[in-house]
Ligand binder design. Structure first.
Ligand SMILES: [Zn+2]
Length: 608
């Protein structure tokens, strides 16, 4: 695909970055309509002050016009529009360009669509594509659009569409939502669509559009999708690139996607981007979910900055598309083992492309669809406010899943593996500031020095899948230190059991990290200090503690270790809230700040 130069007419040294980079799959053929003549006529007919003035109140200041930048949040205007040279520039966030660039950025479209939009605005006819030059691609896109229209009409058909409409109603998808996503049905027969489209499009086009199939060696074509609920895969700008098809009965497979074609590439396509792009700001975030119906439900619930991947983990191309529109991404995560590797991969890809990432952890058994249907947009924002940052997510996730049955046991300590994953994420991040922030965050979450983590990240870039040495060593040393503290508490309690109530009041067994110590504390907290029956972890540790020599002053030892363990827990709680605060807003931010103050005050008291 050729990319048109948009720089023409810009003075040297102007803020323009060169346009056309935002071309997306729906842009259509570019050569024929992209004639310089037409582009220049449109440019000449468009006044930049008037165009931008429709969106941003502008005030004349000397020879320029000033206003508040539409690309970043600001109180003092630093956005300038130059009428003479017909360009805009923001002195704060450094965006800038000409009329086409402005439309590309604000409407989130490619260069040609920006020219078309302004062309219509100025009343200049969009040049007809000359006969014979109508690309194959255009024919495929037209056929796909015609198919989407046919599917939509069949869904509305009183008889044919009845079962599907009932299904959609059960799922709570309103008629309005169905229309805006152009939902439809493919009829049950073999020829419904092909016989409808045959007169207008050649078999070749229908085959290439993946709307029809043909038996090997056979001559006649048949419908690719039959008896399914059809979800058009719509590119920004409105072009239909393919379909997702869901069985609304018990047919297998439940989901069927258009195969890759010359227009549909699942590694590039983001579902609902066409709808979502109008609702995102450059400094904002995009929610990424996994299923089409999850995205549709989110939009219907009013969470419109939501897109879905299309049967694949996020790719670098997806990430770059998102990066052009938003600063950050909120990934939703529904905890099942299958999604876990994909999630970790997606995290790495997004971070490497320079996006902020948080992970919204859905309650067990929920997906975004069921969540917003049950709890609405408020339910979503509560979860969003308690989302994890990337480092915290990996840490929690690895610890949580390490003991679950059915998981690959993996080697070694879950914390060590979690740190290994984080270090590998870090190794992919080249941007210095982001890298430093992540190292800092990993240092907080894992309680290791920033130096150890940075060194491990450097090693990981060359070490491949091996756990870098500094990680193993540091984690082992840390674990020895922490489990030593926990053992000292339990040994002290064995020798001074009258302090059990004291310990019980301040600590929960879950506050202990070592599995054996946690098990023994759990038993003691419930049954009192004694030797547990059997030969489990708790019993083994109790026997070991019972055989150690008596402390000089076991009571002082117990009280001292309780205090240190309480401090450790509070420091963790503080860190978690500080992380949460970075992503929270409104009421939940206020609540977090209050809690941070309270915890900090308690910590202060404990250390004096
Ligand atoms: Zn700005």
């Amino acid at each position: 695909m050729t990319t048109n130069a948009t720089g023409a007419g810009m003075g040297a040294g102007g803020p323009h970055e060169g346009g056309g980079g935002g071309m997306h799959p729906g842009s259509g053929p570019s050569g024929s309509r992209g004639s310089d003549d037409w582009v220049e006529r449109v440019r000449a007919a468009t006044d930049i002050v008037e165009l931008i003035g429709e969106r941003v109140p502008l005030r004349r200041v000397g020879r320029n016009f000033m206003g508040r930048c539409p690309f970043h949040e600001e109180k003092t205007p630093s956005f300038s529009v130059n009428a003479e040279r017909q360009f805009y520039h923001c002195f704060s966030c450094k965006v800038g360009g000409d009329v086409f660039k402005f439309v590309q950025e604000t409407e989130k479209v490619g260069f040609l669509e920006a020219v078309e939009l302004l062309s219509r605005r100025a009343g200049i006819p969009v040049p007809e594509r000359r006969a014979g030059e109508r690309g194959k691609r255009a024919g495929i896109l037209e056929a796909l659009d015609a198919a989407a229209t046919a599917y939509e009409q069949w869904l509305g058909d009183p008889e044919m569409g009845a079962a599907a409409r009932a299904y959609l109603e059960r799922r709570g998808i309103a008629r309005e939502t169905q229309r805006s996503f152009r939902l439809g049905i493919a009829p049950a027969g073999w020829e419904g669509l092909v016989s409808r489209l045959r007169g207008r499009y050649s078999d070749e086009v229908l085959l290439e559009a993946r709307l029809a199939g043909r038996k090997e060696g056979g001559r006649s074509t048949f419908d690719w999708f039959r008896n399914r609920l059809m979800v058009p895969l719509i590119a920004p700008g409105g072009a239909v690139l393919g379909f997702g098809a869901r069985a609304f009965g018990d047919e297998q497979p439940k989901y069927l996607n258009s195969p890759e074609s010359s227009v549909y590439h699942k590694g590039q396509f983001l579902f609902a981007l066409e709808q979502a792009r109008k609702f995102v700001k450059p400094e904002g975030e995009m929610v990424v979910v996994e299923g089409y119906f999850d995205a549709i439900a989110m939009h219907q619930a009013g969470i419109r900055h939501t897109v879905a991947t299309s049967g694949t983990a996020l790719t670098a191309e997806h990430a770059r598309t998102l990066k052009r529109m938003v600063r950050g991404v909120a990934l939703t995560y529904d905890g099942d083992a299958a999604g876990q590797q994909a999630m970790l991969r997606s995290l790495g890809v997004l971070l490497a492309e320079g996006l902020d990432v948080v992970v919204v952890d859905l309650p067990a058994g929920e997906d975004p669809d069921s969540l917003v249907r049950g709890a609405g947009a408020d339910g979503w924002s509560r979860l969003r406010d308690s989302a994890y940052d990337a480092v915290e997510f990996v840490h929690r996730h690895m610890l949580r899943t390490s003991g679950e049955p059915g998981r690959t046991p993996g080697s070694g300590d879950p914390r060590e593996r979690a740190l290994h994953v984080v270090v590998r994420l870090l190794a992919g991040v080249t941007e210095t500031i982001r890298h430093r922030l992540l190292v800092e965050r990993a240092s907080q979450v894992f309680g290791l020095s920033e130096g150890v983590i940075a060194r491990a990240a450097r090693q990981a870039t060359v070490a491949g899948d091996r756990v870098p040495e500094p990680v193993s060593t540091a984690v082992r040393a840390q674990r020895r230190g922490e489990s030593e503290l926990e053992r000292r508490l339990l040994r002290g309690l064995w020798q001074a059991p009258e302090l059990l109530d004291e310990a019980r009041a301040e600590l929960r067994p879950e506050d202990l990290e070592d599995a054996g110590a946690r098990a023994l504390a759990g038993w003691w907290w419930e049954h009192g200090v004694a030797l547990p029956e059997g030969d489990g972890e708790a019993a083994a540790l109790a026997r070991e503690l019972a055989s150690t020599t008596r402390e000089q002053d076991p009571s002082a030892e117990v009280l001292g270790t309780i205090r240190r363990l309480v401090v450790r827990r509070l420091q963790r709680e503080l860190r978690a809230r500080r992380t949460g605060l970075a992503a929270a807003s409104g009421e939940s931010a206020e609540r977090l700040m209050q809690e941070i103050q309270d915890i900090a005050r308690t910590l202060q008291k404990l250390s004096t």
